[in-house]
Design a protein around this ligand. Structure first.
Ligand code: AN7
Length: 346
């Protein structure tokens, strides 16, 4: 059990002095002996200029430019506390970038398995920059993840840090704690879904606040997938209890080019329990949403992140914009993927 009964402002008036970002919520996290932090979390919550009651949680402002830093800071702290020497991740890019930076900070050896030719250059650059051992495979993310499972079976001393590792989700649930502090209750949260870890983590955060009696009303979790990589949204449309796995996922939003989401059970539970839904959006809609965010709101989000705005535009008739508070999770920074902007816009 987490040792908590927190009224943030009343009971911990000084916590901010000692801990920053996600570590302000250390009472919500399992204990660690050592903190490996680069200042993750405490990301901006930006009010929309165009829509009433709409907020953007801009995770692109994390140290390596995506929400992955929250989970990585916590999971690498725990790994370091337990004397782990080598970690491994499969990645569409952001997990690798984050793992590479936090491993460097911790002095841990980092292996990243990437789908060759399908990782945005900014992300690949980060893994190279931080000195990770890069293994590129022919095939998509799902195959890369399979390769992680095989390698950890063969080599027991290498520790896997993909989001099936629950410690990653512990760190990522701090998104919900920050939102709660700023907005109190929220009606709808729209999250881009790839491996389905983040939507599960965010739901966990809200559930914990609810169980502690701090938050009365839970938000609806709305998961977004790209049309060509929509195992969960397709299942939702057909009212199926299991995802329709996609063997050859395809989307320009390479971060969420995933056909077999490893956290599908948790994500389906989150969406069902919260009375939310899954929705899919076309690549053209994602590009248009990215443009609108950039040119009207001034926010540079990578394509996968703009998927949540594309979904909002698609479903906004279903939301009562006059009264329902809605938050879009903008998961990563536009700088991650300069090539897609040059190719799609010029
Ligand atoms: C910008 O980096 O899976 O549903 O290997 O980079 O928790 O997987 C990235 C995922 C959304 C989806 N937005 O989150 C990886 C990887 C961005 C992302 C997602 C990712 P999950």
């Amino acid at each position: 059990m987490l040792e908590v009964s927190i009224n943030f402002k009343k009971e911990y008036p000084n916590v901010e002095k000692y801990y920053e970002g996600i570590w302000r919520y250390h009472k919500f996290l399992p204990p660690v002996n050592e903190i490996v932090s680069l200042g993750e979390g405490n990301t901006p919550l930006i009010k929309s200029k165009q829509h009433q009651n709409l907020y953007y949680k801009f995770e692109g402002s994390n140290p390596t430019g995506s929400f992955k830093d929250r989970g990585m800071s916590f999971a690498i702290s725990l790994a370091k506390s337990n004397n782990v020497k080598k970690i491994i991740v499969a990645s569409t890019g952001n997990t690798a970038a984050s793992a590479s930076a936090y491993s460097a900070r911790a002095g841990i050896e980092c292996y990243v398995i990437l789908p060759k030719g399908k990782v945005a250059k900014g992300k690949l650059m980060q893994s190279i920059l931080h000195g990770a051992k890069i293994i590129e495979i022919e095939g998509n993310f799902d195959l890369a993840l399979k390769s992680v499972f095989e390698r950890i079976k063969e080599n027991k001393i290498i520790y896997p840090l993909n989001s099936f590792n629950p410690w990653r989700l512990e760190g990522q649930k701090t998104i919900s704690l920050e939102l709660y502090e700023k907005l109190n209750f929220i009606d709808n949260i729209i999250v881009p879904v790839g491996n389905a870890g983040n939507i599960s983590a965010i739901w966990k955060g809200f559930k914990e606040l609810h169980e502690l009696g701090l938050l009365e009303k839970l938000p609806k979790m709305i998961g977004v997938q790209a049309e060509g990589a929509a195992p969960l949204a397709n299942a939702w449309e057909k009212s199926l209890d299991k995802p329709v796995f996609v063997e050859q996922p395809e989307t320009k939003a390479t971060a969420i080019r995933i056909g077999r989401p490893v956290n599908w059970q948790k994500a389906m539970k989150a969406v069902k329990e919260s009375e939310g839904f899954f929705v899919k959006v076309k690549d053209e809609e994602i590009i248009e949403a990215q443009k609108r965010l950039a040119r009207i709101e001034g926010i540079g989000a990578e394509l996968a992140s703009a998927a949540s705005y594309a979904a909002f535009l698609k479903i906004k008739e279903k939301i009562n914009l006059n009264i329902e508070k809605t938050v879009l999770i903008l998961t990563g920074h536009a700088l991650k993927d300069p090539e897609s902007i040059l190719n799609n816009y010029l």
